[in-house]
Write a protein that binds this ligand. Sequence first.
Ligand SMILES: C[S@@+](CC[C@H](N)C(=O)[O-])C[C@H]1O[C@@H](n2cnc3c(N)ncnc32)[C@H](O)[C@@H]1O
Length: 235
Amino acid sequence: MSSCGTGCGCGSNVPNRPTRPLITKNKVNKDLQHYWETIYNVVDHEKSGWYEKKPEPTIQLIEKSNISKDDHIFIAGAGTTTLVDYLLDNNYTNITVSDISSTALEILKERLKDQANTINWLVDDLTHPEKLQQILPVDLWIDRAVFHFFTETEDQKTYIDLLNKLVKPSGKVIIATFNLKGATKCSGLPVRRYNELMLKEKLSPEFELQESFETLYTMPSGDTRPYLYTLFKKL
Ligand SMILES: C[S@@+](CC[C@H](N)C(=O)[O-])C[C@H]1O[C@@H](n2cnc3c(N)ncnc32)[C@H](O)[C@@H]1O
């Protein structure tokens, strides 16, 4: 274990950074999974450097996406996000929640109590997707603070291939990352920062940008992190 030292606000020790196994294709990266399991075991998730009492910027883009209450919403790297509570409270009925950490999803399930039974839960690795390949087509894909952890081109490509495969034609994608003024690390891991053009290039030519904005997120510690929020439409 080492001190987080990223200013992410978790105020905790974090496990040592995972190494990349040599053979990982189509297998969950166990080191990475262990890393995130440990984070959720040692950090109070409500004090983490990404916790939101209400995920306002994402809600703003969901409202602009014009999706219906029964459309299939997929949350990539959901962690323990309060976005799920918002979606249930607002009568969205077809939700798949996924993360590499089963601990995070268990915390979320416990909070949701009986409502958890209405959700499809999936533990899998977005960069080595196995079970994720089998989910039904998606009308809205939501990723806040996940894609930016994929610093290797190969991992980014695997993620975008999955996005292309799962999102329906005319389906929508919300991706929020640290922007170019953002931190270079989160939770002890390096991140890739983006501006609007960089994300457009990653998602083209299959997706067109519909909306984007930058916003300053205040962490539970009081520190701030500048984010970029984007809404794309599949062509
Ligand atoms: C900074 S947290 C953000 C959590 C949530 N999206 C939110 O906004 O509250 C990043 C999340 O991505 C998950 N994650 C990291 N790498 C992943 C991967 N390769 N596949 C799936 N989930 C991953 C972590 O377990 C963690 O829950």
